[in-house]
Design a protein around this ligand. Structure first.
Ligand code: NOJ
Length: 514
């Protein structure tokens, strides 16, 4: 891969619990992933991102870390991790792992020490505060999962509260404390030394809260002081070869997100505005143009994300069923053609929709805390075969149930079908491999008012990639240069000397050789 591989990588997010279960306990594990690396190589991705596999009581499915230097026995062992890393590298795959700096588990030894007695020096590492004069929480901040962000201090004799912007089992760390800073630098080195290629940073817009704890949501997040941390971490990464950070900056203000990246800050940040963009030509054009402009200007690269383990699967967002799938593919094909790194979420290559998980099977703390449906529907296991009840994922009982999609949308059936979503992803990723080192100059967007997004990207050999996405439901025909060749399309596309006909909700890539 090229220098600064992260700029153009296709990264595949593995939600470890739900990818592949090797030991039959119903939960995915590292050995399971190791056994599926060839599937990922055939798919054509450049890197994988593993969600947290560290020791954890799993109240937030691993984002509540109790020991960030060890593997939870549910997922395997450090030896399994080293084996997976070795095998991934041997196949040319880079590996991002998650790091969770905003909070720890309440079972982390630090929080245990902090709550052992009210004079414990370890209390400084978390955010304990006295209650308001009426005895209620110190301020009005809310937990992302529902309810107050403050819970009663469980320390014997404790009378106040501790802060948790997520679950009560995830106490927030005090980033103004030097021991916290030092611990995370040491943790970065621990995993970099083991060979990981990068970190996906959880809640990268969190960490610092208003130092006076004033009311108001804006005071709980996104404080400028966090940039000092990213500068410090960048120096650590730059001391190694070719390592990268991608921050989960969950803000919908692209200008602000772009402040997190640059030569001295994070390499990249997820841009969730893309995931919020509807399948509409104007909306797509506006978001993509702006993202390219902003992130390239900051000497980063755009990140293209439609789905992850926290979002409703995009096929469902785009209307569900065949139409939702066609739209999802068309949007993805547009993103894959553009400079930047594309992040895929496991199962999207199978065209999976959000699963309808029955209430009694739901496990997301969002559901348990607030009664909102939550994220379980995006987290159901991968159907590898159409053989129920385990669908090639497990020989045991899956931790979240499969729904009827597993009967027909499994990886094995789709592998043998050239018209499947999986086969289309493979063709797209193969086509992208041919061009991704050759992007040169800025993309040129055709000025249009209809339901077509058309962009031309120059390649370094002087040829041009012309990408057209038909966002309408009906077929359209557009004029293209007579010598254009069709490289790949997500559905029916006909090129007839000088005119391209695209089915509804379809993207085609054309090559105009020099
Ligand atoms: C973002 C993660 O993606 C999500 O799954 C988790 O619940 C929160 N951060 C808290 O760590």
């Amino acid at each position: 891969m090229p220098a600064e591989w992260w700029r153009s990588a296709v990264v595949y997010e593995i939600y470890v619990r739900s990818f592949a279960d090797a030991d039959g306990d119903g939960v995915g594990d590292l050995a399971g992933i190791r056994g599926k690396l060839d599937y990922l190589v055939d798919l054509g991705v450049d890197a994988i991102w593993l969600t947290p596999f560290y020791r954890s009581p799993m109240h937030d499915h691993g984002y509540d870390v109790a020991d960030p230097r060890d593997v939870d026995p549910m997922f395997g062992s450090l030896a399994d991790f080293d084996g997976l890393l070795h095998d991934a590298h041997a196949r040319g795959l880079r590996v991002y792992v998650d790091i969770v700096p905003n909070h720890t588990s309440n079972e982390h030894p630090w929080f245990r020490a902090a709550t052992a007695n009210v004079d414990a020096p370890e209390r400084e590492r978390y955010l304990f505060r006295a209650g308001a004069p009426d005895g209620g929480p110190p301020n009005d901040w809310e937990s992302v999962f529902g309810g107050s962000a403050w819970s009663a201090d469980p320390t014997p004799g404790g009378t106040g509260y501790y802060l948790h912007l997520f679950d009560a089992s995830q106490p927030d760390l005090n980033w103004r404390n030097r021991e916290v800073r030092a611990e995370f630098v040491s943790l970065l080195r621990y995993w970099f030394d083991r060979g990981v290629d990068g970190f996906r940073i959880d809640v990268a817009h969190g960490l610092f809260k208003d130092s006076r704890f004033r009311d108001g949501k804006a005071n709980a997040w996104d404080q400028d002081e966090v940039f000092d941390i990213w500068r410090e971490w960048r120096k650590v990464a730059d001391g190694y070869d070719e390592r990268a950070f991608v921050g989960e900056v969950f803000l919908y203000d692209m200008d602000r997100v772009a402040q997190y990246v640059g030569r001295q800050k994070l390499h990249q940040a997820f841009n969730f505005v893309v995931a919020r963009t509807s399948f509409d030509a104007d909306a797509i054009r506006t978001t993509l143009r702006r993202a390219l402009h902003l992130f390239l200007r900051h000497d980063s690269a755009p990140t293209w994300v439609l789905s992850n383990h926290d979002l409703v699967r995009h096929v469902t967002r785009f209307g569900g069923g065949d139409l939702g799938r066609r739209r999802g593919l068309a949007f993805t094909a547009m993103l894959l053609a553009l400079p930047g790194a594309t992040y895929l979420y496991q199962g999207e290559e199978l065209g999976l929709e959000e699963s309808d998980v029955p209430p009694d099977a739901r496990q997301d703390p969002v559901w348990l805390t607030s009664g909102r449906v939550g994220r379980d529907g995006a987290r159901t296991p991968m159907p590898w075969t159409s053989d129920g009840p385990g669908f090639g994922f497990t020989t045991g009982t899956p931790w979240l149930p499969f729904d009827e999609q597993a009967n027909t949308r499994d990886a094995r059936s789709q592998s043998g079908d050239g018209t499947s979503t999986l086969s289309t992803y493979r063709r797209l990723l193969a086509a992208r491999r041919e061009i991704r080192h050759r992007w040169s100059g800025s993309p040129r967007w055709a000025d249009r008012t209809d339901e077509l997004v058309v962009v031309e990207q120059e390649l370094s050999d002087g040829s041009t990639l012309l990408v057209a996405c038909n966002c309408a439901d009906d077929t359209v025909t557009l004029p293209v240069p007579a010598a254009a060749e069709l490289v790949v399309a997500t559905d029916h596309a006909d090129l007839d000397g000088g005119s391209l006909t695209l089915a509804g909700a379809t993207t085609g890539w054309l090559l105009l050789r020099r």
